[in-house]
Design a protein around this ligand. Structure first.
Ligand SMILES: Nc1ncnc2c1ncn2[C@@H]1O[C@H](COP(=O)(O)OP(=O)(O)OP(=O)(O)O)[C@@H](O)[C@H]1O
Ligand SMILES: [Mg+2]
Length: 310
């Protein structure tokens, strides 16, 4: 079990991570979703003991990541969001190098490396130079590297970023396999639907704060309380904007000149929405007034940016 308690990281006066509290059960695939700069890599670097938090702590099966980083490192496998340059190193040598750095004996490494390469579908690249591998192959090799000491927990920072659709499916299948081996997996992405497909639970992080977490279904329900309304009227859009911009439940008004409509983020409940429609219809010639059909991606965009995504 991973328990994150009050985890905070400050750079000067800037909070990259602010009071993160979260419990992740064993054997779960947990997805961290957030926009660029939300704090995903910061969280993962801290959990991987590569970065010291400013405040708070996290415990892996009761062991503190700040007090016992050495023990934590033997229990987690970390895949960073960048690969690095490995001049003149072949795939096999790359894994051998990391295996040795974890203190795995030479004989064991010899037996282990083909198995790992097979797990990530890179058997045929065993003697290829690492720098000659494609991006997707490098990512899979990096995943193999994070598995070399058979960790209980995998922390994978955007493992599917930049992969083509087929490579994404392959990555998902590999993660499924790892889950079936009993590993707890933390994975990050800035694409919610991508995580929804492979995760049991999800946390949404925005500007260093966890703004929602739970099962995929719970998140969907939680986030969809924030809806986007589209309004069209037989008048200039500027007049429509003027009507809605003072409403405390309205934010992020966007004008769509093409359709002559406006859209905005609406935080009121159904009754308040009905009242709003009544009021606007009383003074303006409304042609249509409807909530947007939300898919996960739209909802995520709306909640993290506070404006409509379209
Ligand atoms: N060493 C640093 N010094 C100052 N600010 C930093 C440093 N590292 C990260 N930050 C800031 O902390 C915030 C969170 O960064 P982080 O890398 O965790 O985001 P992320 O969610 O991983 O984003 P991305 O999707 O782009 O990878 C950003 O605003 C970033 O600029
Ligand atoms: Mg990142």
């Amino acid at each position: 079990m991973i328990e994150i308690i009050g985890l905070t990281k400050k750079y000067g006066s800037f909070y990259a991570l602010q009071d993160l509290n979260l419990t992740i059960e064993e054997g779960v695939v947990f997805g961290f979703v957030g926009a660029n700069g939300a704090g995903k890599s910061t969280t993962f670097s801290i959990l991987s003991t590569l970065l010291q938090p400013t405040a708070g702590d996290a415990f892996i099966n009761g062991v503190s990541i700040t007090k016992n980083p050495q023990e934590i490192r033997s229990r987690i496998g970390y895949m960073p969001d960048f690969f690095g340059v490995y001049d003149q190193l072949k795939a096999e040598e790359y894994l051998d190098f990391y295996g040795a750095s974890y203190g795995i004996k030479s004989d064991e490494r010899k037996a282990l490396i083909p198995k790992l390469l097979s797990l990530v579908n890179l058997e045929d690249k065993r003697y290829e130079y690492v720098d000659h591998l494609s991006r997707g192959m490098k990512q899979r090799l990096c995943l193999a590297r994070s598995l070399i000491h058979d960790p209980e927990i995998l922390i994978l920072d955007e493992p599917a970023s930049g992969l083509d659709p087929r490579a994404r499916v392959e990555m998902r299948d590999i993660l499924k396999q790892l889950k079936s081996m009993g590993k707890t997996i933390l994975i990050s992405s800035h694409i919610l639907p991508e995580l929804a497909e492979m995760c049991d639970n999800i946390g949404v992080i925005d500007s260093g704060k966890l703004i929602a977490h739970g099962s995929v279904h719970e998140i969907q329900a939680q986030l969809q309380q924030d809806k986007i309304l589209h309004v069209r009227a037989a008048i200039e859009t500027a007049e429509l904007v003027r009507f809605f911009e003072g409403d405390p439940f309205v934010s992020g008004i966007t004008i769509d000149e093409g359709s002559g409509s406006i859209s905005f983020h609406y935080r009121g409940d159904d009754l308040q929405q009905a009242e709003l429609l009544k009021q606007v219809s009383a003074v303006l010639p409304i042609l249509s007034f409807h909530p947007e059909e939300t898919d996960l991606e739209d909802v995520f965009m709306a909640i993290t940016k506070g404006v409509a995504s379209k």
